[in-house]
Structure formats: structure tokens, C-alpha cells
Design a protein around this ligand. Sequence first.
Ligand code: NAD
Length: 359
Amino acid sequence: MTKKILVLPGDGIGPEIVAEATKLLNALRRDHGLDVELEEAPVGGAGYDAAGVPLPDDTLELAREADAVLLGAVGGPQYDTLDWELRPERGLLGLRAELNLFANLRPAILYPQLASASALKPEIVGGLDIMILRELTGGAYFGEPRGIRIRDDGVREGVNTIVYNEHEIERIARSGFDIAMKRGKRLCSVDKANVLEVSQLWREVVVRVAADFPQVELSHMYVDNAAMQLVRAPKQFDVIVTENMFGDILSDAAAMLTGSIGMLPSASLNSEGRGMYEPIHGSAPDIAGQGVANPLATLLSVSMMLRYSLKEGALAERVDVAVSRVLDRGLRTPDIWTEDCEKVGTVAMGDAVVAALEP
Ligand code: NAD
């Protein structure tokens, strides 16, 4: 049956990089038997411009009907003064919550061709291939009570609340063990159980779920130590599972181990495996419209979409191989360029990946 993909270009470089992803999907459709139909809609600042809100009703409806959503990025300085509820990022948070996308998968892979782009020594990061699984719909970003209030003595105070119930913890823990089973069978659960009660419950539930996955070696680490270990010896990890805010921070740190934020895809899945796929970077307003943005993170997001939501593992592999071949050929967008390589723009990079799909 034809699968539906909703394409949300968003803001800044979003439309430029998503155009390359659409080109790739159309090539897979035309030449490699991928049975999908694409629809496009506005979100973020583009949603605000089109309909006065960052997540227009029509966009949400299409997202609910889609088998997978491909997002570019949202945000831009022209929207920074809008009311909180109208900010582009609210569109993203709204989509995650409405589609119940609780599991955020962020691989951090260092391509051997880009080893010199990492700030760390090659012996520390060479061959790095870790997966960070971040819980995406709970914790401090959604917990109540929240807000800025005025105390009786007139002093203002800001409040956010980290809340997780045991069902939410169990759900993400199971995803973590499932992913570990498909990889190196090692799962590290990151928490702050020495200080936070919510982390104590987290740890207790993760240990309970571990009984169902005797083949997976489970370890626990405090988040401050995990941040240090990611930079000191990142290859010790296989899969990391953690709560929303810890995952937000650790996955950005892991991203930088690989050299360029323009290389890393992500997937956010619900319990039925439907998902939203997006590069981990933002809308890069500083380079928007110049045709220099790196589209590879978005193309690799298409690969994750093929693998996790469309169950087209062979085509996903074909895309991964094509990206690797293009890097082998020495093609680089400016963010990953070094002197011995050929500098290309967004469109040329997309074209090269499509051409490299052929055997
Ligand atoms: P950013 O990721 O947009 O940019 C950080 C730096 O990385 C910039 O110098 C940018 O030019 C560069 N960069 C990012 N993606 C690149 C690519 N594909 N190719 C080449 N270089 C790339 O982060 P920021 O500057 O902190 O945020 C800009 C806007 O994006 C803000 O409005 C922010 O709220 C938003 N944002 C959106 C998302 C999202 O949509 N998921 C995520 C993060 C930030």
C-alpha cells in the first residue's frame, strides 16, 4: 500500500535541505520501487506566516494521517519577539506531543572520511558509532506546574517540574533495550538518582524492565559523569537511554564528537513506529538562502525513515552507502570542507548522493 510522507520544510535552511531530501525520495520512487506519496505543509515560522500559528490545524491533520513526517528545521530571528505560544519551536513541541513521539533516536556516527573534522583525537573518536535514546514527551519540558510567578514578598520565581510516571519510564526503557538488542547489546541508563527522586524511580523501573532482556548488559551512570565520559572515552557506549532534558544536552555534546552538526539525523517515534525525521541542527539563519547548507543530515534522516517507519531496510542501506561514496569522492559542503577536498553547495551535494544510489 502506498505510504504517505508529510514534508515540512520549515524555516531558514529548512526548505533548501528538504528540497534535496525530496529529490532523493523521488529518485527512490522512480528508480528503486519505493511506493510513497509526498505532501508538503507549513510549520514553525512558515506556519505562523501562513496561518498565524506555528502548528496550523491542517498541518497537524496531515501529520496525523501520515506514515512518516520529514522536517527541515524551524526558527529564525524574525520570530524571536513573538509570544511564547506563537514561537516556531512550539510547532515542533506540539507535533511531538500530538503524535505521541516519545522516543527520540539520535545516532552519533563518525564517518572515517571526516575523522579530522572532530575536535577530539582520532584514537578517541575513530569508528565512533553510538545511539542516544532520549525520552521526548515528559520531564521538565512538559511537567506542571510551570511558569514565572510572584511570591508573597513580591520576588518573581521561575518554576519547572520534572515528572515521569512508571509507564512512561517503562515505555522508553523497552525501546532502549529493543535498540540495544539490534546493536551491541549494551545499554547505559543515564540519570541523577543520587539527587532526584524522579531519577530513583527511573532507575528502579529500568532495572525491572531489564529482567525481560537478559542478553543486554545494563549499566547506570549519573548524568554529570556521562557528560564527562562522552568526551573522555565515547566509544565505551553502545546505546544510552535517558530522560528529556539530559538527552537534549548529551546528544548535542555527542553530535560535536563527530565534527559537524550538518551530518547527524534523528528519528522521533511513537509506539506504532510512526515517526518524525529531522536533522538535529536548527534553521541556521546565518547561512540561509546561500545554497551552502549541508543536506546530508536530512538525507540521512530519510534513511532512518526508510528503516524505522517504512520498513525499507535495503533502501536505507542504499542511501547510507551513497552518502559514504560521495564522501569518499571528496565532495564537501563548507562546514565539513578541508583543503584536500572539493567544495560543493547544497544542490550539488544532493545531486551527487542521488547519482551514487546506482550500483
Ligand atoms: P543551528 O543548528 O541552526 O546553527 C548552529 C551553527 O551550525 C550555525 O553556525 C549554522 O550555520 C551551522 N549549521 C547548522 N546546520 C547546518 C548545516 N546543515 N550545514 C552547515 N552548517 C550548519 O542552531 P542555532 O543557530 O542555535 O539556532 C538557529 C535557529 O534554529 C533558532 O531559531 C533555533 O531556535 C532554531 N533551532 C531549531 C531546531 C529544530 O528545528 N529542530 C533545533 C535547534 C535550533
